[in-house]
Design a protein around this ligand. Structure first.
Ligand SMILES: CC(C)(COP(=O)(O)OP(=O)(O)OC[C@H]1O[C@@H](n2cnc3c(N)ncnc32)[C@H](O)[C@@H]1OP(=O)(O)O)[C@@H](O)C(=O)NCCC(=O)NCCS
Length: 191
C-alpha cells in the first residue's frame, strides 16, 4: 500500500536529510554556506538559542554527527539534528545524563541525540522522524552504535508520540523529568 503522505505531502517529499561532515580544511567555508539558515532555525524555536560559537565548537569535535534537513526545492536548510557520543555527554556533565539506568555497553556504543529543531513553517509534516531516522541509520550502519538516548519535550504531546512510535525499541524509560527546557521524557532505544 502506498502511504498517503507520499501522495498528499509534497513538502515531506522535497525535504531531505543531509550529512554535514566537511573535512577540516574546508570546514569554515562549508559552515559559512549554511550558517545564516542554520542559526535562523535555532532562533525560530528557542527564546534562548544556543550561540554560533557553541555549535561551531561542538560540530568540529570528533564523534559529533550532524544531519541537516534541506528543502531541496529552494535549497534552504530548514532543520537539523545532531548527536554526540554518550561518554562525551557524561564527561561534560550533560544536564540530563542518567546515572540510574543499566547499560549493557557501559555507554560506549551509545550516541546521545542533543537536539532536533525544525523551522515552524515545516513542522507538522512528520519531518522529524525522517530526519532522526536518517541519523539513527547512519549511527548504526556507519558508526557502529547500538543504542541512542534522548530527552524529548512534553510540549504539544510530542514526547507521548515519540514514545508510542518507539515502544518496541525502548530499553530504558520512558522517564519523565524536569529540565532547563521544561518537562521532558528520557528514552534509551536499541538501534
Ligand atoms: C520537536 C520538533 C522537531 C518536532 O517536529 P514536528 O514537525 O513538530 O513534528 P513531526 O510532524 O515531524 O513529528 C510528529 C510525528 O512524528 C513522530 N516522531 C517524531 N520524532 C520521532 C522519533 N524520533 N521517533 C519516532 N517517531 C517520531 C511523532 O511521534 C509524531 O507522530 P504522529 O504521526 O503519530 O503524530 C519541532 O516541533 C521543533 O523544532 N520544536 C522546537 C525545538 C524542540 O523542542 N526540539 C525537541 C527538543 S526535545
Amino acid at each position: 500500500m502506498i502511504e498517503s503522505r507520499e501522495i498528499i505531502d509534497p513538502l515531506y517529499d522535497r525535504c531531505e536529510a543531509e550529512l554535514f561532515n566537511p573535512p577540516a580544511a574546508s570546514w569554515k567555508d562549508e559552515w559559512r554556506k549554511i550558517r545564516d539558515d542554520f542559526l535562523a532555525v535555532e532562533q525560530s524555536q528557542y527564546k534562548n538559542p544556543s550561540s554560533e560559537r557553541l555549535f561551531r565548537q561542538r560540530f568540529q569535535e570528533p564523534g559529533t554527527v550532524v544531519f541537516l534537513l534541506r528543502d531541496t526545492l529552494i535549497k534552504k536548510v530548514v532543520g537539523f539534528t545532531y548527536s554526540i557520543p554518550l561518554v562525551n555527554y557524561a564527561a561534560g556533565n550533560g544536564e540530563n545524563f542518567r546515572k540510574d539506568i543499566e547499560r549493557e555497553d557501559d555507554g560506549r556504543k551509545t550516541a546521545y541525540i542533543m537536539s532536533t529543531v525544525i523551522l515552524p513553517d515545516y513542522t507538522g509534516h512528520r519531518l522529524s522522524p525522517k530526519l532522526i531516522g536518517t541519523l539513527e541509520d547512519f549511527l548504526k550502519e556507519r558508526r557502529g552504535y547500538r543504542f541512542v538516548e534522548f530527552d524529548v519535550t512534553k510540549e504539544n504531546g510530542y514526547a507521548d508520540k515519540v514514545v508510542e512510535n518507539n515502544k518496541d525499541r525502548i530499553v530504558a524509560g520512558p522517564i519523565s523529568h524536569d529540565s532547563s527546557l521544561g518537562p521532558q521524557v528520557f528514552c534509551r532505544i536499541k538501534l
